[in-house]
Design a protein around this ligand. Sequence first.
Ligand code: ZN
Length: 444
Amino acid sequence: MVPKAAAQLIAQHLYRHRRPHLAGAAVGVLLLSIILILVSGSANAVRSKALIERFEVPLYIPEIGLVDYQLPSEPVWQELTIRPGDSLTSLLQRANLSPQVVAKVIEHKTARRQLHRLIPGDKFRVQVEPGDKPRLLGIDYKLKDDRILSVRLDDDGHYYPILQQPEYEHRMRFATGTVQTSLYEAALASGLSDNLTMQLTEIFGWDIDFALDIRQGDSFSVLYDVQYHRGEQVADGTILAAEFTSQGRTYQAIRFVEDNGRSQYYSPDGRSLRKAFLRTPVDFRRISSRFGKRFHPVHKKVKQHSGVDYAARAGTPIRATGDGKIVYRGRKGGYGKTIIIRHGNVDTTLYAHMRHYARGMRPGRYVRQGQIIGFVGQTGTATGPHLHYEFRVHGVHRNPLTVRLPDARPIKRQYKSRFAELLQARNNQMGLYKTRHLAMTEVQ
Ligand SMILES: [Zn+2]
């Protein structure tokens, strides 16, 4: 990346000539110009500039990456990528360390156990004191469960391991865009990752049909949180608040996290943006039979069809349409392999002709909306692989395609005041970012 290389060069050059403040300023100027191009991240720029002035190394500048400009004699953190077949020995050799150090590193059994299997593609960070005989000072290795194994050299020359939960730094970002050709392109241009774009469409997917309803001029603004660890982005981020204006109508969503860690998106008046039920339990190819009277292909007579049939490839995952408890799982005559879920006191949903059930699905088990409960098949009376889906209210069959789906629960009473405060904060943040974005657009 050109900006990264340039920043690095300027910084190194100036540092060599012992003009740290100029180095800071130069990188700062470069940063600011980049920030003008980029929509977000000005707060980070200020922060980075402060970091440069304090000369913390190695330095991470958002949008640029790692910039090393420390003196050669300083211990350096290097990042190695584990290759297939790598052992701790071969890995440390790449950092110019002697194989003898390995035995000392794995002296302690925690380190031995965790460094026994290295996963190709993973990052492995080592801190090395340069010199004729480079000395290993530390190792940081992110484990599968997200914990970090840190190994450090103590004053007695022993390496001791520490397992720690990563401390993430959270940075707020903002993106906004207007649809010209497609939502996808507008989102991309605004700097949203695919993952965040998907989150956006999922949040508003209950109110806006993103396949059909998107028009030129529709717009969105997104406030999101990005997690960093040691200056490196570790996740795509989570949407904190979002607005979507579709055909002149604006929808708003605020993310609220309950004490138990469960999070949901609510409208400013505290309504959930979800419905209590998904409209369809499966990604289907076509609806092969609707609710109502029809000529039955197997029984050869007109019968009431009390559900909807979704033709789908055998093995397609079937999702619980709402939170609830499994009350039946087993073969059920012509239905074949069937699961029935009870949602609250009045509603039940039924899923039939399954090829097999998902693991652990048994009566009494609670499932979440969208959770996979089984797979499409043609057990029971069926002419091809499909899901037969029924929706009952007070035991009475209703048409799943047209039944009015109740909203998911609104913000709980005990969280109302906290939600009100959060809403205010998010609106302020959103307002600030929007103003700044407008100002920047005018400068350009
Ligand atoms: Zn059916």
